[in-house]
Design a protein around this ligand. Structure first.
Ligand code: HEC
Length: 201
């Protein structure tokens, strides 16, 4: 009897603290949530999907000329290894509920290297949120070009080449000459710059 009333106290305590903390149930995102980028739906230069099955709601915002707020479950990708997922409403005020992912991709599938909100940093040391937050409010942190973010040095040809060669997609081994050239340019750009030769005199 004592035991039962005690568990009621515990249950109500848990319940009320959850309510008071304004807890919002997260949308479960695992490595299995991600796959071949080109199987998502293309919108201009990037791809979108919706983990809750509401692709129509995501597309409505993505295709709108006036922007808007992406619905929970939205997934947005420009390149295979970086993903934005819209969490449940009220989940993270700072990032407007966007969760940022740095993922590794191979023929075997996806693994999540890093995930988080304002703190996620990509493998080049860039903070996702710091760049994306610069987009004007109506674009809901989506940068594209002309939305207010600082531009990145990756050209549209490089982006396309990365999309076409996502190892998780069938046929990704067939690389066109144009894609090969863009990837070579990208590799050159990513090389650590060697310091200028010292003059000895
Ligand atoms: C140096 C600034 C910068 C950093 C760091 C950065 N991004 Fe971006 N990101 C951009 C810009 C600018 C674009 C738009 C590029 C274009 O379309 O020309 C973009 C595009 C995207 C897109 C396509 C939708 C859009 O906003 O146009 C996604 C998704 C994305 N980035 C996710 C990420 C994730 C996840 C990280 C961290 C792991 C990250 N980005 C790090 C600047 C950045």
């Amino acid at each position: 009897m004592l035991c039962r009333s005690l568990s009621w106290v515990l249950v109500s305590l848990l319940f009320s603290s959850a309510v008071h903390a304004g807890a919002v149930a997260p949308i479960a995102v695992t490595a299995q949530s991600f796959g071949c980028i080109t199987k998502l739906t293309p919108v201009r230069g990037f791809y979108v999907g919706n983990l809750k099955g509401d692709l129509a709601a995501t597309l409505k915002v993505a295709r709108s000329a006036n922007g808007g707020t992406y619905p929970p479950g939205s997934i947005v990708q420009l390149v295979p290894t970086e993903v934005m997922v819209k969490q449940s409403q009220g989940f993270n005020a700072a990032t407007h509920d966007w969760e940022y992912f740095d993922i590794a991709v191979s023929k075997a599938g996806t693994s999540i290297l890093k995930r988080g909100f304002a703190e996620t940093v990509n493998r080049f040391g860039g903070n996702c949120f710091a760049c994306h937050v610069k987009a004007e409010a109506k674009w809901d942190s989506i940068c594209e070009s002309g939305h207010g973010c600082d531009p990145i040095p990756v050209t549209p040809a490089m982006v396309k080449a990365l999309q076409h060669t996502d190892p998780r997609c069938d046929g990704a081994d067939h690389v066109s000459a144009a894609d090969a050239a863009a990837l070579a340019q990208l590799a050159e750009m990513m090389k650590p710059k060697s310091p200028p030769a010292q003059k000895s005199d």
